[in-house]
Design a protein around this ligand. Sequence first.
Ligand code: GLN
Length: 409
Amino acid sequence: RLKEGRALVQDVWSIFNAANLPSDCINLGQGYMNFGPPQWVTEAAEEALKAVAPNHYSHPKGRIRLREAINNFYGPQFNRNLDVESEILVTSGANEGQYAVFTAFLEQGDEVIMFEPFFDQYLPSVTFNGGKPIYVPLHPPPESVKKPTSDDWTIDINELRRAITSRTKMIIVNTPHNPVGKVFRKEELEQIALLAEEFNLLVMADEVYDCLVFDGKEHVRIANLPGMWDRTVTVLSAGKAFAATGWRVGWLIGPKSIIQPTLAATTRIVFCTNSPLQEAAAAGLEQVKERKFFEKQREEYNERRAILTEAFDKLGLKYILPEGSYFVLLDVSKVKFPEDYPFPPSVVGRGRDFRAGWFIAMEIGVSSIPVSEFYCEEHATIGEAYARFAFCKDTDTLKRAAERLQKLK
Ligand code: GLN
């Protein structure tokens, strides 16, 4: 018997999956690339497969080469020499890392605060571990803002304060934010940090898009704010860093008091993360500095973002210019479609954005993700104005998508 509730209703990624759409539909839906990791990284994976040890279990903490590479690359960003034995944990993607933190820390009925919209996976990950999600709004830009950016989505710190109860265990802070693209300002993070201290809360800093920040905006790690290291676990991902979303390799960085219980949980969930690709991720991190890889990658994404946003400008539809991540929210509330269009059952019962997104995918040939999925059921209508388009695709593909989207005029 299936448990009740939204968590086990068909997820948006399965509905708007390329497999359900025409084969020539350009997939700007689920956020994965149509190109692979750089060659020097895939070569390291091939090498690892040829050796014996990396074909077998790793230590549940992760392979030592990767943990050392993580310390060398991220240590300076956290202003500390990370203890590779107790302050780093390799996980089977960021999803599993987060799940393991919830498994380790949530007691039945514990509340986890998240800003809404939120990456949809948080909801089941919290509830499956007995927690209760509590939503605090990220307020959309007012109508009067003609060319909104992700920075126009704002938090009201008093709303966050009011959401905290004696059962609150944790706050999730996702920056750069999926789906909005917001890069939280230092002042916002400072306000959140003060509340976390006042009420003795853990902070899960989901920073998987940390290498994709544009327009000279600074990515601030909440773990680095005064007093925050001891209560913060930062979640990172090889998938985003190296265009390898199918690897399912990620890592957590935090104090021993968080990493150690999470290690115990992850050992019981997956035992360890796949070994050969940990070696490849290590090779990746070892070389990024010398190759200026993230700097170049950011430039490429900046161009990709421009192709999409210029297409939306030409169309005259409002969108949110993201300062981080690889997603653009397009206002589809004015996109018309026939209500008697043959929508599949999985789309019919959902928000208007599901129908708009489906229609655009079928008739224009470009898929996206409906944004009401990133809201709880009660607040879903707020998200119905938007479709999320991913620009983690090569420029030719984005140009073709841009051309097709002009038919929305
Ligand atoms: N993070 C990716 C996205 O938002 C993939 C989602 C997922 O894990 N299914 O598109």
